[in-house]
Ligand binder design. Structure first.
Ligand SMILES: Cc1ncc(COP(=O)(O)O)c(C=O)c1O
Length: 371
């Protein structure tokens, strides 16, 4: 075989997902592994979503509704948008792809931060676009530097707000000033995958940002059912944007991009306030408890507006990650992101948090990091 692979594809480094639990059990001979590495929902999925999936299994021989009519309606009602301002994706990942497909041609520039969610850069690379990657400043998006790096070729700016992996949010006042300074020809994508966990005072009014664009850049908000709604495994997310931008995304979207089960599950999850509130409450309590325990081990914890947080473990994060695997606990090392001594932990259930604390305490003393 002598396939000719474009250079931009050859140089892509595949996305490194968190280690699956069954892989860990197979490779390390541990049982009852727990995964606190991918910012998933520790409390499972909404029982109402599971019931909706089960009720729909009998219809699997039929194509899904390509317009996502009822899900779009449910999102419109819940978030106060109209149907033409909503685009559903097979995960919000797919809406990122639509944006890049619709607006970026070879040689066009897209601005992102490092470290932030890795998918933006990969999708741009596939498209032959130019990634302009700016370092975070004090673990936050450096809005000033981003403004300075905008050129005539800039098409999109991705800001994950909160940022993954640092769990920081942009101060709303700074964000409004930034958006007023971005040229009208650019679209700013606010990736709000973790917005459900953000305290009210730090949230931005995306509806007015999307609608009041006179003399200002376009704004898109990305949301997901993978985190607070507990549906990471079925893949469904959405974007909120002007009808004009949505119209272009629909042109590049395949007709049945969101499967039937995902559509009914998402509708049911939106209506399950009890499960949603349980997730938010459990995350808040778990975060406070974990941080308290981990500080007592001599590590420092960074504050967070998400369901995960960073910990400075005062020693080699990659070695600690490896040692934790032997205890059956999957976390993330941030070494590959340039934070040598930092790990990322997703808040789990009470039992998972207790397992994490005891494994971390044992590993830290084995590795003799903390005096
Ligand atoms: C910032 C951010 N955006 C988007 C996603 C992808 O979400 P989805 O599961 O909807 O594709 C993630 C997943 O971890 C994320 O951290």
């Amino acid at each position: 075989m002598k396939v000719k692979v474009p250079e931009n594809v050859k140089s892509i480094v595949p996305y490194p997902p968190g280690k699956p639990m069954d892989e860990l059990e197979r490779e390390y001979g541990v049982t009852n592994a727990i995964k606190l590495a991918s910012n998933e929902n520790a409390w499972g999925a909404s029982p109402k979503a599971i019931q909706a999936i089960s009720d729909t299994l009998k219809d699997l021989h039929r194509y899904p509704d390509g317009s996502n009519f009822y899900l779009v309606q449910a999102i419109a009602d819940k978030f106060g948008f109209s149907a033409d301002e909503i685009v559903i994706g097979n995960g919000s990942d797919e809406v990122i792809e639509f944006l890049v497909k619709a607006f970026v041609q070879s040689g066009d520039e897209v601005i992102t931060s490092h470290p932030s969610f890795l998918m933006y850069q990969k999708v741009v690379q596939v498209r032959g676009g130019v990634n302009k990657v700016l370092p975070l400043k004090d673990m936050r998006h450096d809005l000033e530097a981003i403004l300075e790096s905008i050129t005539d070729r800039t098409r999109l700016i991705f800001l994950d707000n909160p940022n993954n992996p640092t769990a920081t949010v942009i101060n709303p006042v700074d964000l409004y000033a930034f958006l007023n300074a971005v040229p009208e020809s650019v679209i700013v994508v606010l990736d709000e995958a973790y917005v459900d966990f953000v305290e009210d005072a730090l949230r931005v009014d995306v509806q007015s940002l999307i609608r009041d664009v006179k003399g200002r850049c376009g704004v898109v908000s990305l949301r997901t059912f993978s985190k607070a709604y507990g549906l990471a495994g079925i893949r469904v997310g959405f974007g909120l944007m002007s009808g004009e931008i949505a119209g272009y995304l629909h042109r590049v979207r395949s007709p049945f991009n969101v499967n039937k089960l995902a559509q009914v599950a998402a509708i049911a999850a939106l209506g399950d306030t009890a499960f949603y509130q349980k997730t938010l409450r459990g995350t808040k309590e778990g975060m406070a408890w974990l941080q308290e325990q981990i500080k007592q081990m001599g590590c420092s914890c960074y504050s967070s507006q998400t369901n995960f947080f960073l910990v400075d473990v005062k020693g080699d994060a990659a070695a600690l990650y490896e040692a934790m695997l032997y205890k059956g606990v999957i976390i993330r090392s941030m070494k590959a992101y340039g934070y040598e001594n930092v790990i990322r932990i997703t808040v789990g259930t009470r039992e998972e948090n207790e397992r994490l604390v005891s494994a971390l305490s044992a590993c830290l003393s084995e590795l003799t990091y903390v005096k």
